[in-house]
Design a protein around this ligand. Structure first.
Ligand SMILES: [Zn+2]
Length: 250
């Protein structure tokens, strides 16, 4: 990211968990087989001669949207990425919430149906991720008999009036709204920001979710709550990593 005239002051690293954010160690990231107990912060500091920080990638994305994106100006914000899986992060009283070692804020694994679908991400039943992730949307559509391959296909089929696709899509919005309403009741955020590939469907997703969250969340939580699209798009990974470096080091 270095540009002419810009000086690099620190290294921010966002990575999938589990990891030890405070200790700067990758414990065993699910999508990086073999990266077990890697002291990535020490390695990066030695390599670049700069301070470095490590955070969960979804936490970093939340920090990025809070500092530079759709969450600007808020004190309390929930960020959700709805993608292959569902992840997220929380800003509380102006600060990034991490939990003890940086693995808190696993918002995709809040339960929306405790006897529900098996969650491949964590092994429990009825997680938000088991309904609202792109993977699950496509899977539920196939189970319902549709020939669609991706969540985006399902969204397109629903738009063109396919009744089964519309049912699958409506269920997706309901699950997402159910999870977000619970999170809203817990954190009373001013804003819920939704990013990730599935959020590219825009108001087809956000419209019903916003309406249902406002109807379900307890007053006065619901009254001032907005649900909107993330702004950083594909850059959220790198901007998020920079945001946590700003927050913790600069
Ligand atoms: Zn789960």
């Amino acid at each position: 990211m270095e540009r002419a005239g810009a000086e690099v002051a620190a290294v921010g690293i966002g990575c999938g968990g589990p990891l030890d954010s405070a200790g700067g160690v990758l414990i065993a990231p699910l999508h990086l087989p073999g990266w077990t107990d890697v002291p990535i912060v020490d390695l990066a500091s030695a390599e670049f001669g700069l301070s470095a920080v490590l955070d969960n990638d979804a936490t970093a994305a939340a920090a990025g949207e809070h500092r530079f994106g759709a969450g600007r100006g808020t004190w309390n914000m929930v960020y959700l990425t709805v993608s292959t899986g569902v992840g997220g992060g929380v800003i509380l009283d102006g600060r990034v919430f991490r939990g003890r070692t940086g693995n808190g804020g696993e918002l995709g694994h809040v339960t929306v149906d405790w006897r529900g679908r098996l969650c491949k991400g964590c092994g429990r039943r009825g997680c938000l991720e088991a309904y609202a992730s792109g993977t699950s949307i496509a899977e539920r559509a196939r189970e319902a008999g549709l020939a669609t391959e991706t969540a985006s296909d399902v969204a397109a089929a629903a738009r063109s009036g396919d009744v089964v696709a519309k049912r699958v899509w409506d269920e997706t919005c309901e699950a997402l709204a159910c999870g977000i309403a619970s999170l809203a009741n817990v954190f009373e955020p001013e804003r819920v920001v939704i990013g990730g590939g599935v959020s590219r469907e825009g108001e087809q997703l956000l419209g019903p979710v916003r309406e249902q969250v406002r109807a379900q969340a307890i007053e006065p939580v619901a009254r001032s709550l907005d649900v909107l699209a993330a702004e950083l798009g594909d850059k959220v990974g790198v901007v998020g990593a920079a945001a946590v470096a700003f927050e913790r080091l600069l």
